[in-house]
Design a protein around this ligand. Structure first.
Ligand code: ZN
Length: 524
């Protein structure tokens, strides 16, 4: 993407087939009484009332249903999302024999080069507490490379092929010739098996994740890939994920490549930007989010993974190559470092170029009015996860344990950000929290701290239009003519958004999802 203009389209529009979507309730700021819209290729060509509708190549009757802009999930990990949907889960199984049966059923559907990697067995409730043997695991996996980790995450059983191909494990602490591995041997085996999953198997999982996203009314996802020195396939996986988003029938995929000062590589891999889950700090749960004042439950400020100088160097390189930059920053210390980095490059790059680039902070959970004002100055977009507040915020949640009640309630100040003009984009960080765009909207309108709540319309805009704006795309996210056809049809017949501040209000179900003019989901 050029920093000056965005002419990139998520997929090529070679046909200009027209479709009339009629008989609905169109949520359009320019045409409040509209019941129909016409798409031409990937574009909304016309909006109005049924009686005035132009002729089209085909017509879809919306049966009175509400049509809104489609959701954008601005922070996902697609492969992990798909793996959590399609993977093999061993938790709660009653015996080693049942574990092995499940493994055999799962493996039977896999190509021969696939890896069998599953998690969650727990022998504590079994009549016979002996874990599955290495040989039995290998047989169940059909001879494939296999590793089954225990529920605790610190022990696993390796199949014979994994042990045979990696004799170096035998020298590690925690190795046992039976194949039951702990400590260093367990960690090495798990990392080896993870890195050996073929790209085709990863993309098959990602495809399932994309299909699930489409079924939830999501027309575009923003992938945040994290390079891993131990996994040489991450680059090919990333390029494959971006390519999946260009297939008609899939939601669009915009990729962030999370490597420091790798803008040229990111561009060559087809990334939208360089950074994303490029960690300026860690997480509150692990006490690695970088704070300016210590944690409440430990004498630490957390982890400063990037200095302001490193952030400035990354920004310089992104501007030279013409990509946007984004940083994972949760704590106020990390957010201050990102803003210090932006301040440092402002004299040489100019504030206009910085604002035009629409750099982002991912998460942006702990920040005061002064930091928020500095985000406004640099035109930084906040890519936030309201579901984090729902899951861990509030007076008695995990954030309160880490930070104390006051700082926990001040976290994720959505209304303060929006109120002074920080553009918001909502995401799930799936699989950290589930793909659930209405759930994210509900979490924002029902923030634990009433002062931080967003009105319904603002929350919905952050989950739709805000995602496009944070990608530098200004012609999508509102149902108006001559913009991109990304919209969703819901099982609602009132011509307005549901009021999710009411805890009893059910979440809408998706009937149809259209991404760039193509139908990507239709409820059977
Ligand atoms: Zn993430």
């Amino acid at each position: 993407m050029s920093l000056l203009e965005n002419t990139e389209r998520p997929r090529h529009d070679t046909t200009r087939e027209t479709t009339l979507w009629r008989g609905g309730r169109i949520l359009s700021p320019t045409h409040p009484d509209a019941t129909a819209l016409l798409t031409s290729g990937d574009t909304i060509a016309w909006i109005g009332e049924d009686a005035d509708a132009p002729a089209a190549d085909r017509t879809v009757d919306l049966e009175g249903a509400l049509v809104t802009p489609a959701f954008v999930d601005s922070h996902v990990h697609l492969t992990g999302t798909g793996a959590s949907l399609t993977g093999l889960h061993l938790a709660g199984l009653p015996s080693a024999a049942v574990v092995l049966d499940r493994v055999a059923d799962f493996a039977a559907a896999l190509p021969p080069d696939a890896i069998v990697l599953a998690h969650g067995w727990d022998e504590t409730e079994w009549d016979d507490a002996a874990p599955p043997t290495s040989e039995a695991v290998g047989n169940a996996a059909g001879g494939r490379l296999a590793y089954l980790s225990r529920a605790c995450g610190h022990i696993g059983v390796a199949g014979p092929r994994l042990l045979a191909e990696h004799p170096e494990f035998a020298a590690l602490d925690g190795y046992d010739p039976s194949g039951l591995l702990t400590r260093a041997a367990h960690r090495a085996a798990r990392a080896t098996v993870n890195a050996a999953v073929p790209v085709s198997q990863r993309l098959a999982a990602a495809r399932a994740g994309l299909a699930h996203a489409a079924s939830l009314g999501i027309a575009a996802v923003v992938e945040h890939s994290i390079p891993n020195d131990a996994d040489p396939l991450t680059e090919a996986e990333f390029a494959g994920l971006v390519a999946l988003g260009k297939e008609p029938g899939n939601p669009a995929v915009y990729g962030w490549w999370g490597e420091l000062r790798a803008a040229e590589k990111a561009r060559d891999l087809g990334a939208h930007g360089c950074g994303g889950d490029l960690s300026a700090d860690g997480s509150l749960g692990a006490r690695t989010a970088f704070l300016r004042t210590p944690y409440d439950d430990a004498d630490t400020l957390g982890a400063e993974y990037l200095t302001a100088a490193e952030i400035a160097d990354h920004l310089r390189e992104c501007h030279r190559v013409g990509l946007s930059a984004a940083f994972h920053a949760i704590g106020d210390g990390a957010i201050a470092n990102v803003l210090d980095g932006l301040d440092a490059v402002e004299p040489e790059l100019g504030v206009d170029a910085i604002r035009r680039a629409r750099h982002r902070i991912e998460h942006a959970e702990l920040l005061d009015a002064a930091l928020i004002a500095r985000m406004v100055h640099h035109g930084v977009h906040a890519s936030v996860q309201p579901a984090f507040d729902a899951a861990w915020g509030g007076p008695k949640g995990m954030y309160a344990a880490r930070l104390g009640r006051e700082r926990a309630l001040a976290a994720n100040p959505l209304s303060k950000l929006a109120g002074v003009g920080v553009p918001l984009a909502f995401g799930s960080d799936s699989p950290v929290t589930a793909l659930d765009p209405w759930g994210g909207v509900r979490a924002a309108v029902r923030h634990w701290n009433p002062v931080s709540r967003l009105p319904m319309a603002a929350a919905f805009a952050a989950a739709t239009r805000g995602g496009w704006r944070a990608l530098g795309i200004d012609d999508s996210g509102s149902l108006v003519p001559n913009t991109r056809a990304n919209f969703t049809v819901w099982d609602l017949t009132a011509g307005r958004l549901p009021e999710l501040s009411d805890p009893a209000a059910p979440q809408p179900e998706c009937n149809l999802t259209v991404a760039a003019g193509s139908l990507v989901y239709s409820r059977a």
